[in-house]
Ligand binder design. Structure first.
Ligand code: KG4
Ligand code: ZN
Length: 343
């Protein structure tokens, strides 16, 4: 097995991203370039991602982003071993842009195409940054996804639990919107929570203690809305207290659900080498602090990729492409983009 050089393209949501990654024969990896153009400011006036705006914005910048990724990696197109793109799940317009671009490059440069599952890419990132061996427990918490997955190998994923309604990042975003805080809501809620009293409001912890590690956020979100309505108009301190109480409920839920998932893995004879935290919510310090302790108490450790690799990026797609290519897994140019694609 020799070193592999991969170009990775990510366009499933509101980041247009491309990167070049090297995977060495020993399984270690290096990021040679990682260019991300976030569309957050394009969507901010609407309080959420607008699919049509997203796909148009991807089309406008994708060529430049790929050029920049190649130039700053100093790797020439001919030197690449494969072209990887996220083929889903995600907003279909964006997925089409990224995957079609990757197909065109693969065809013109006569390179293999690797159609990567975006969730798989999140799952495998900790092997690039932290050399985490299999098996491990993945907690993926972003604006679009909330999942607990037992990862036992490349392409071997067992979903242990997920959300039955809103994703956790989405709940942060909706809570922020409800309280008049800016988009994206996660960082704004976390900042407001710092000066808030988490004990002022007794908010529900839906599904806490259940034997399967699933999540439900809509009841919690409604409870915040009802409390806010009772005291409207809201003073800054009310907003801070609501944010702190909301965040405390989310942290409690995450801790309980992760403890449950760790227990399930052990019951199936899988001793997790790490609890891997991925997705934008992983940037939250209260979430990290608590999960660090939950992992240690559960006889494992918390592995969190750096923030720029927790959120959507091209390096994770390139890396997942390299892990697949190392196993001889490539895809046909007829591969379809997929809005839905469970692990
Ligand atoms: O992974 P990501 O960048 O994009 C996708 O959704 O794929 O995650 C974005 C989500 C948003 O919902 C955002 O509000 C949330 O992650 N987020 C946070 C924090 N930073 C970002 N949630 C809680 N606390 C944060 N500090
Ligand atoms: Zn993502």
């Amino acid at each position: 097995m020799r070193d592999l050089l991969l170009l990775g393209i990510e366009t499933t949501c509101d980041e247009t991203a491309a990167a070049v990654v090297r995977r060495r024969a020993d399984g270690s990896g290096t990021i040679l370039s990682n260019i991300v153009r976030s569309q957050t400011s394009d969507h901010a006036p609407y309080g959420g991602v607008v699919p049509e705006i997203a796909s148009r914005a991807h089309v406008e910048v994708i060529d430049t982003i790929i050029e920049q990724a190649l130039r700053s990696s100093a790797v020439k197109l001919v030197e690449l071993d494969g072209i990887a793109a996220a083929a889903g799940p995600g907003l279909i317009g964006g997925v089409i842009v990224g995957l079609t671009t990757a197909k065109a490059i693969a065809l013109a440069a006569r390179k293999p195409l690797i159609a990567v599952n975006h969730l798989e890419a999140h799952a495998l990132t900790a092997r690039l940054t932290d050399a985490v061996p299999f098996p491990f427990l993945l907690l993926l918490v972003s604006g679009g996804h909330t999942q607990l997955v037992a990862v036992t190998g490349v392409g071997e994923y067992v979903k242990l639990g997920g959300t039955i309604d809103d994703a956790i990042g989405e709940a942060f975003d909706k809570t922020a919107k409800m309280l008049g805080l800016p988009y994206p809501g996660g960082p704004a809620v976390e900042a407001a929570a710092r000066t808030g009293d988490a004990l002022r409001f007794a908010l529900p912890r839906p599904l806490y203690g259940r034997p399967t590690p699933d999540f439900s956020l809509s009841g919690l979100k409604t409870a915040v809305r009802l409390e806010a309505l009772k005291i409207a108009p809201l003073a800054d301190q009310d907003v801070a207290d609501l944010c702190a109480s909301f965040q405390a409920a989310v942290v409690d839920l995450l801790a309980d659900r992760v403890r449950c998932a760790l227990r399930l893995m052990r019951e199936h004879g899988l001793a997790p080498h790490a609890l891997v935290l991925a997705g934008g919510v992983g940037a939250n310090q209260a979430v990290r602090r608590t999960l660090h302790k939950v992992a240690a108490d559960g006889g494992t450790r918390l592995a969190v990729p750096p923030p720029e690799l927790c959120t959507d990026n091209g390096a994770m797609i390139a890396w997942a492409g390299a892990e697949r290519l190392a196993l001889g897994l490539t895809d046909d140019l007829a591969t379809s983009p997929r809005a839905r694609w469970p692990l």
